[in-house]
Design a protein around this ligand. Structure first.
Ligand SMILES: [Zn+2]
Ligand SMILES: [Zn+2]
Length: 371
């Protein structure tokens, strides 16, 4: 089957994070005839797969990762291979990333290899849980890779250009929930209760100030607030504030969380409230190893691809970050076209032209890795 047909098949059958069972099966069916030495499915109880093609030196391994999950977005694009799954679509191009890794598998399967090549097909990227689960795979625990590489398509960058960023590639982010508990009272006698309203107002004002006054990038985006219940006879007794925090470094994220926690704790104390914190959808900063970014850059130059070296990290997050907390490696982008619809937009579709750009890059990275 043509690799573009595979991409279109994946596009027609998108599955949400945590539900990628058919996608896993499709990938396994494609890989089996390529006779990988190891094919591990249902990695750590999730829908992840690893495939290993052994090399002459069994003590050296390089890993490549693709994410495989889709998004809860209704497809707007008028495509021949439109999503069959209502309300779910591949709007981040993970169908394309999967096709790239499958194409790469086909290229290396029946050639001699100087070292082991590990392919990671990772589910649950959009929710930030997948990489952590893949890191528990038998394969990675046994064959600790000497390096790991991954990529993402980048709308807005010229089609087929390799987008390179030294140091941080993508930001750390986390959903941060502040819960304030006071006491309800009759609305006619609010002074007999503890209303969290003033604390909420001050916490919002001060956390937004962090963002506007920051000299290094620190973002505190207000997402949601709730104070009390819709009942005009009752003075509010509790409240919730939800923020999304972002930083370009993991150390910066730790500091930012501490700062927001301190503000909330101080206001809670001032207004006699109890306070609790919760986190959701947390991603580490994707901090590249520069030596491996150089390998990516040389590979792109060898292949005569355009190279865009960017200086500002992407503000979005990528759970590939978790692999780089354990292994050396780097992540890069491939341009999806300057006027291409953005990631997560209803009319976005992965450009098929860059499938071979991605698989050729992985091949070239392999060649350069031990030069
Ligand atoms: Zn995405
Ligand atoms: Zn993505």
């Amino acid at each position: 089957m043509d690799i573009i047909e595979i991409r279109h098949y994946l596009h027609q059958h998108p599955e949400l994070s945590g539900q990628e069972t058919n996608t896993m099966q499709t990938i396994a069916d494609f890989l089996k005839p390529l006779k990988p030495d190891i094919l591990e499915t249902h990695v750590a109880g999730c829908n992840g797969l690893t495939a290993v093609f052994y090399g002459e030196n069994r003590n050296k391994s390089v890993a490549f990762r693709a994410d495989i999950d889709a998004l809860p977005i209704e497809e707007d694009a008028d495509l021949q291979y439109k999503s069959y799954n209502k309300g779910v679509a591949h709007k981040c191009g993970h169908d394309g990333h999967t096709a790239i890794l499958l194409d790469f598998a086909r290229k290396i399967a029946f050639k001699s290899r100087p070292f082991n090549i590990i392919l990671l097909f990772q589910p649950e990227e959009e929710t930030g849980y997948g990489a952590k689960k893949m890191l528990q795979s038998e394969t990675l625990r046994r064959l600790k890779p000497d390096a790991i590489f991954g990529l993402h398509n980048i709308p807005g960058a010229p089609l087929g250009d390799i987008v390179i960023k030294y140091d941080t590639f993508a930001a750390a982010s986390t959903g941060f929930i502040i819960k304030l508990h006071g006491r309800q009272a009759h609305a006619a006698y609010p002074e007999t209760g503890i209303n969290p309203g003033m604390a909420v107002a001050e916490i919002i004002a001060e956390t937004q100030k962090i963002h506007s006054e920051a000299t290094v990038f620190r973002q505190t985006t207000l997402i949601y607030t709730r104070i009390g219940e819709i009942a005009f006879g009752t003075s509010a007794g509790d409240a919730e504030i939800m923020l999304t925090l972002r930083s370009f470094t993991n150390a910066g994220m730790k500091e930012l969380i501490k700062t927001v926690e301190n503000i909330a704790a101080e206001k809670a104390k001032k207004y006699n409230l109890r306070v609790g914190f919760d986190f959701k959808d947390s991603f580490n900063a994707l901090e590249n190893n520069d030596r491996y970014v150089d390998i990516i850059k040389s590979s792109a130059e060898k292949l005569n691809y355009g190279v865009d070296i960017i200086t500002e990290p992407f503000r979005w997050s990528e759970d590939f970050a978790d692999y780089l907390l354990q292994y050396n490696g780097a992540f890069f982008g491939i341009g999806s076209g300057v006027d291409h619809a953005g990631l997560h937009h209803p009319d976005y579709d992965f450009p098929d032209e860059i499938i071979t750009v991605g698989s050729s890059m992985f091949e070239e990275i392999c060649k350069l890795f031990y030069d």
